[in-house]
Design a protein around this ligand. Sequence first.
Ligand SMILES: Nc1ncnc2c1ncn2[C@@H]1O[C@H](COP(=O)(O)OP(=O)(O)OP(=O)(O)O)[C@@H](O)[C@H]1O
Length: 364
Amino acid sequence: MATLELIQLSKKYGKTVWGAKDVNLKVDNGEFVVFLGPSGCGKTTTLRMIAGLEEVTIGKIFIDGKDVTYLEPRKREVSMVFQSYAVWPHMTVYENIAFPLKLKKMSKSEVDIIVKEVSEMVKIKEYLNRYPRQLSGGQRQRVALARALAVKPKIFLMDEPLSNLDAKLRVKMRTELKAIHNQTGATTIFVTHDQSEALSMADRIVVMRDGHIEQVGTPDDVYFDSENIFVAGFIGTPPTNFFEMNINVEKGKVKFFNEHLEFYLPDKIKNILKDYNKNKIILGIRPESFEIVDEKDKSYFTEKVLVVEPQGSHQIIALKIGEQIVKIIAPSFPKYKPNDVINIGFDEDRIMLFDIDNKKRVRG
Ligand SMILES: Nc1ncnc2c1ncn2[C@@H]1O[C@H](COP(=O)(O)OP(=O)(O)OP(=O)(O)O)[C@@H](O)[C@H]1O
């Protein structure tokens, strides 16, 4: 277990492409941190720099307070698990797990104890004599995990380790990985582009875009308290609904309006807007922050249902406001159908306001 600190970590590929730019991050002992972002945002580049597999262009990496920026990979005491399993095909499962331990010149009996311990932890004890080709993809990834765990690394680095597994197994492995993390307490950096994986596994999520960090926070922070429009739009399914609104204060009341919508927001909104001097703003409302209400006077607007997508545990209701499709999550009952006219309210404490120009959160 160890702490990790990245200071202005940057990687330039060739003359112009910054794979990662000015990444600053402190990871605590035992934390499970997830790098999340769309393809090409720099997750893997950053992870590979931590592992020592990619040269750093600018910046520093500290593991347990020690500068490892230019240290060769094996001396950093980190273990990496890849999307592609990367187990050795000509070795049995036992040999795969034992190999890095033998390199450390451990005795046969010490190796045996550790192999048994980690293979039990990742549930592959009964396959120790098999070769990787005799295993399923999920089992192979368990071997890779066991091998990484066996060396008791200071930091565990995982690059989309569940991406090659089928959807059901992925969800199962998430739980198992978290359970293993709870057991070992190993500081972990986990890369994924799957936001539900990130939300369900992370102590903290690092949301990245175009090589830099957009927000670092707990799953609740990034979900309920998104720092900017990118984060609010990237995290959540369906994503946050955004509305460009004009603001007008009339007789002390705050009116939000555009071509299709018009409503007054409660007085408390004035606190948020107290330093915001522009007359346009972006209103963000998550699909589950809406509420379908019976009485029109308790609603913010009334609209016709366009499409209903039942999901079992809830239903997603799509509306068309102007040219924009707005999605609302409602309980499974009552059932709605296309063309039903519904009154829509929302939880004012859950709305997010963003600056019309820089798209950052307006907090007051
Ligand atoms: N070896 C390389 N040479 C040039 N550019 C590279 C190289 N590796 C990565 N890049 C570029 O650096 C940026 C970040 O890539 P990176 O692989 O870190 O993204 P990622 O977030 O891990 O994406 P993905 O989820 O698709 O793996 C991208 O624009 C990518 O094209």
